[in-house]
Design a protein around this ligand. Structure first.
Ligand code: ZN
Length: 433
């Protein structure tokens, strides 16, 4: 079947099922495109297929890797993404998209209208780097250790691939390049700025680098990432500092999971999120610490399912009650969890299995307790998917593919996989005939 072979990019298809070690992924490195064999007249009229996408992507692979390295060398944190946004806007304009900049800060929106009938679907990529205090055993400077440099590059690549196939594209694809994801402010800012208002996409989709072998995808129908709730407990009286220490320990006891402390913990975490009804089916990831004021406990937690916020807040209030004069404050509601709708997630799983092979797609059965995503705000408004893109290089330590670790070093071949898979998927979702 041509789709599967084409999406994998030539030589890699030959070893499907045998792992990816040392096999060139892109056809450009494996076998030349036989231009003479392509009957242009015959394919011009047809809807976009995986072979056409692979041909277009193969011409772009090199320049996309260069773009990623450029963005990587110039990491910009939330609210500072000026240079990255300029690079993106320039490439989208050159590809012929209708581009709007300055959406919710440095956000960039590119609209690609196909020549054939269809509906609008959106693709979102985040652009910001991780500040030092967001890194796990990281360095002193901001760095792209969450893979947003790849996400941005993949978004540009999909736009360029589909723009080159515009005559065969049905519908409209709206590319949303979001600033400020790490600060959980960018999605809200873009939405406030009416990012979806003009084009009214029916769905929105996104990829995120994840600790799976390069060339593989992990879909998450019904799952996603937890939200976050924050509050404070203020204590009074002469021994308030001592009380705060005791209460912080008690509230900490509400937690059911702790962040991985070793490579073995990380391996277990990645296995657990793939286990149906496994140890992470429900969880509370609790952080409670005495704040600088000494008489305050700062509480921050994530839980699954999202509705458990009510009961966790109640448990915190119950623990604080015996402390004379303690006041518990949760200003506002929790930041919402990102919950991926079942139907679109199942559709994507089927699509990827059909084009890549079943062995290239896993389905997650739990949320990762330790991180959140403001893509949650997009999925609150319209259906879509959020899928982990495997970036673990063969033989590398798991930390090298786990976002936020200082040693994060994604396998760049993931860019080509992401572009091909999502270009095909978006073309499929946008066309209506
Ligand atoms: Zn991220």
């Amino acid at each position: 079947m041509i789709g599967r072979r084409a999406l994998l990019g030539g030589a890699a298809a030959v070893v499907a099922g045998a792992g990816l070690a040392l096999t060139p992924v892109w056809r450009s490195t494996a076998e030349p495109v036989d231009e003479a064999a392509i009957d242009e007249a015959a394919i011009d009229d047809a809807a976009i297929d995986e072979a056409a996408i692979d041909d277009a992507a193969t011409r772009l692979d090199g320049s996309l890797v260069e773009l990623r390295r450029d963005i990587h060398r110039h990491p910009e944190t939330a609210g500072q993404e000026q240079r990255t946004a300029e690079l993106v806007a320039e490439r989208l304009r050159a590809a012929g998209l209708d581009v709007t900049t300055g959406v919710g800060g440095y956000g960039v929106v590119g609209v690609l209208e196909g020549a054939r009938p269809g509906r609008a679907v959106a693709y979102r990529a985040d652009m910001d780097a991780v500040p030092p205090d967001g890194q796990i055993v990281g360095g002193p400077a901001a760095a792209h250790v969450c893979g947003h440099d790849l996400h941005t590059t993949i978004g540009v690549g999909i736009a360029e691939v589909l723009a080159s196939l515009r005559d065969r594209l049905g519908g409209t694809v709206v590319f949303v390049f979001q600033p400020g994801e790490e600060a959980l402010t960018g999605a809200a800012a873009m939405l406030d700025d009416g990012v979806l208002a003009g084009t009214r996409p029916a769905e929105i989709h996104a990829l995120h680098c994840g600790p799976f072998p390069v060339g593989r995808f992990a879909t998450a129908p019904g799952y996603g990432l937890p939200g976050q709730d924050r509050g404070t407990v203020t204590l009074t009286g002469p021994d308030a500092a001592e009380q705060a220490r005791r209460l912080a320990a008690e509230i900490g006891g509400l937690g059911t999971v702790s962040p991985p402390g070793s490579s073995a913990d990380l391996e277990r975490l990645v296995a657990d999120i793939q286990t149906p009804d496994g140890p992470l089916a429900t969880f509370v990831f609790m952080r409670a610490a005495v704040s600088e004021a000494a008489n305050e406990v700062a509480v921050s937690y994530r839980c699954w399912p999202e509705e458990r916020h009510v009961e966790v807040r109640e448990s915190i209030r119950r623990l604080a009650r015996p402390y004379d004069g303690a006041s518990v404050d949760f200003p506002g509601g929790p930041f919402p969890a990102m919950v991926c709708p079942e139907r679109q997630g199942q559709d994507l799983t089927e699509y990827l299995r059909g084009t890549l092979g079943a062995d290239r797609v896993v389905t997650l059965h739990a949320a990762i307790p330790f991180s959140g995503e403001d893509f949650a705000l997009f999925l609150d408004r319209l259906p879509g998917t959020f899928t982990f893109l495997g970036v673990r290089a063969p033989g590398s330590a798991l930390e090298s593919s786990y976002p936020h670790y200082g040693v994060f070093e994604p396998d760049e071949r993931a860019i080509g996989y992401g572009v091909r898979a999502m270009a095909g998927w978006l073309a499929r979702r946008a066309r209506t005939e």
